[in-house]
Design a protein around this ligand. Structure first.
Ligand SMILES: [Zn+2]
Length: 49
């Protein structure tokens, strides 16, 4: 079972990506370095619940 989650920029708090994750395997909040087109740089993206 994989759940669709939204990745939100940690700097501007805007939504940039969707991804999927396995909630049973990864119970913690997901954090990924991704390019934010609003900040125009790589920022930490956090999972939105
Ligand atoms: Zn941003």
């Amino acid at each position: 079972m994989r759940t669709i989650i939204q990745l939100v920029c940690g700097t501007c708090a805007r939504f940039n990506y969707t991804t999927t994750k396995n909630k049973t395997r990864t119970p913690d909040k997901l954090e990924k370095k991704k390019f934010c087109k609003f900040c125009k740089s790589h920022t930490e993206h956090k999972e939105k619940r």
